[in-house]
Ligand binder design. Structure first.
Ligand code: C2E
Ligand code: MG
Ligand code: MG
Length: 590
């Protein structure tokens, strides 16, 4: 037996992933027909594995496999031609075989041959009496064997060809890539993902125009791509509206890519289904065998995502950006667990000072997350990530629960402090936010005036009309509202004036380097404060780090301030200690 051929044959068999799978009616039907045609009780679809004949389908046989040694089916698989043995006992090859010893006398088998010519095994019939096979019987057996192969190929193609585009799927891409890597390890390749529309755009089209239009769009895109790439290059359908192919050349110098982009653009303009967006192309350079297939695809898809922001719609994979995405994704995934865990999330409190008297009038509650693996993660990093998702609601609820408990404890201890909490834009879409805040106050017997809710300008501007309704309801309930990071957004003063907001917090960027003398910062802060006062706002400065800045702010007329100069955000215990040591007057105030 030719070792190389046999290795290739076994590889073909194993790739089909048929061995040791459960029986299936689609094969059994054919086996039964073979047994009927010959009028014999035993028939089987028998696959020739390394050292066994394994039966995918069997009639009249109890066991799943027999040894390969001296099995006639193995001879059929190896030679890939039909075989008839009239009497096994009379045949020197098979007289001592397992089959013959078990009482089999007659054997007829037709080979199961793949397109590439590998014999996988045989469709066989067995009899307990010596017999001959007629030409008609053998022709039928060969036909039935071909039907078995068609069934095998059909099953194998399932999940490998996308039913809409007719293109090979992501699974096929991964398999082909691993074959390529085996044959050409270390060679440079470029994976290109062409993204025709974002997921949410696809669902928007489906909602507006029906799923049929989405399928039409995808078929158009697939056809265009295939026409552009020609028959030489395989195109794969790897995501809802995402296609991938491999290129051996560096795409920057690859004129194909630009012409591809141009022709996709033409297609968009002329397509009957009109693409919702421009196509974006992501390129992932890699060496065959050195990057797992999944990573190759993910990298190219992430570059395609980046490409949406590029003027030419093409982006090359950047490990740094990918790493950042992965970290964000990881934070998002782990934040749910953090909400469940008892020890990952906590609040810290930063004192807020009345600048005229130096008294501590309250605190801003700030969220802290100690991730079990990453350690402390700054809210500046995780809040923007979770804010985009439904987790914003649970996060704010957790903050409310912890912070209001703390406020209640301070009040019980006789400390008449105010407490500020930060809200996210997404919270302003929660219809029950007002009730939840009110309930939290009521349960703890806290006056609403003690609570202040901070929102950035941009959060208020995100959905101005809906925000206005909720903000009015909160203000109506007696809660104070503050504009956080004032000066960094693009809010219109006309809109801000319509809001039931009493306080603006000037962003630390303007405050940090503030000095007494005339400087651009000084001019800016001075005019922000005077404008705010004229519009009726109370002004708080954030990020006061130096005594000089504090003096300047007091002179300008800013009423309150926060910053490292007075105190960093601290645990509740540390805050209590800070209060009694540096602000005995505040503690005594109650
Ligand atoms: P923010 O609400 O503007 O909070 C002020 C930030 O400035 C805090 O950062 C605080 O630690 C920091 N800070 C205070 N004084 C100084 C100072 O003198 N110098 C400097 N350099 N920094 C100072 P932190 O705690 O890292 O929070 C960052 C942002 O994350 C917050 O900005 C807020 O937008 C958001 N955030 C924090 N906690 C929560 C929360 O519970 N919910 C929501 N939605 N957002 C939160
Ligand atoms: Mg704040
Ligand atoms: Mg701020």
């Amino acid at each position: 037996m030719d070792n190389h051929r046999e290795a290739a044959r076994l590889d073909a068999l194993h790739q089909l992933k048929l061995l040791d799978t459960p029986p299936s009616e689609s094969f059994d039907r054919i086996t039964r027909m073979a047994s009927q045609i010959f009028g014999l009780p035993i028939a089987a679809v028998s696959l020739t594995d390394q050292d066994r004949q394994w039966f995918k389908s069997r009639v009249g046989v109890d066991h799943w496999s027999i040894p390969r040694d001296r099995a006639p089916c193995a001879a059929v698989a190896e030679s890939a031609v039909p075989l008839v043995v009239d009497d096994l006992l009379a045949d020197p090859c098979y007289a001592e075989s397992v089959l013959a010893r078990a009482g089999t006398r007659f054997y007829a088998g037709a080979p199961l041959i793949t397109r590439e010519g590998h014999g996988l095994g045989a469709l066989c019939v067995l009899g307990t009496e010596p017999r001959q096979a007629s030409a008609a019987e053998m022709m039928a057996l060969v036909d039935l064997a071909a039907m078995v192969m068609a069934q095998i190929e059909l099953q194998h193609a399932f999940g490998r060809i996308d039913p809409i585009s007719g293109l090979p799927t992501r699974n096929q891409f991964l398999d082909d890539l691993s074959d390529l890597a085996r044959d050409n390890p270390g060679e440079q390749r470029f994976a290109i993902v062409v993204d025709f529309a974002r997921g949410e755009q696809i669902s928007r089209i489906a909602r507006a125009l029906g799923g049929g239009r989405v399928e039409e769009l995808i078929r158009d895109a697939a056809r265009a791509l295939r026409a552009e790439l020609g028959t030489g290059r395989e195109t794969y359908h790897v995501g809802p509206a995402q296609f991938a192919f491999l290129s051996p050349r560096c795409p920057d110098s690859d004129p194909d890519l630009r012409s591809l982009q141009a022709s996709l653009e033409r297609l968009r303009a002329t397509s009957a289904s009109r693409f919702a967006t421009n196509a974006a192309l992501g390129v992932r350079p890699f060496k065959l065998g050195e990057v797992p297939g999944e990573d190759v695809l993910r990298g190219a898809a992430s570059a395609a995502h980046e490409a949406r922001e590029m003027a030419n719609g093409i982006a090359v994979y950047s490990p740094a950006k990918d790493e950042a995405h992965r970290r964000q994704y990881g934070l998002l995934r782990d934040f749910s667990a953090a909400l469940e865990a008892a020890d990952q999330l906590r609040m810290v409190y930063q004192p807020r000072i009345d600048l005229a008297t130096g008294r501590c009038v309250g605190a801003e509650a700030l969220l802290r997350w100690r991730h079990p693996l990453l350690g402390d993660v700054s809210p500046g990093e995780f809040i923007p990530v979770i804010e985009q998702t439904s987790l914003a609601r649970a996060a704010t609820q957790r903050v409310l629960d912890i912070a209001l408990d703390q406020l209640a404890e301070w009040h019980r201890a006789g400390l008449a402090l105010n407490l500020s909490l930060n809200l996210s834009a997404a919270n302003l879409t929660e219809n029950d936010l007002v009730q939840r805040v009110q309930l939290g106050l009521l349960k703890r017997n806290l006056p609403a005036e003690r609570l202040e809710l901070e929102l950035t300008e941009s959060a208020m501007m995100e959905q101005p009309e809906q925000a206005l309704g909720i903000l009015n309801a909160l203000a109506g309930a007696g809660v104070s509202l503050a504009i956080d990071d004032f000066g960094t957004g693009h809010s219109s003063l006309a809109y801000l004036q319509r809001l039931p907001v009493k306080i603006v917090k000037i962003d630390q960027a303007f405050v940090k380097n503030l000095t007494a003398g005339a400087s651009p910062d000084h001019v800016l802060v001075e005019s922000m404060v005077s404008l705010s006062h004229r519009l009726g706002f109370r002004v708080v400065a954030e990020g006061i780090e130096t005594a000089e800045a504090a003096i300047a702010l007091r002179q300008i007329g800013c009423q309150e301030g926060q910053g490292y100069l007075y105190g960093r955000p601290m645990s509740a215990d540390a805050f209590g200690a800070w209060l009694t040591s540096s602000h005995p007057r505040a503690s005594a105030a109650a």
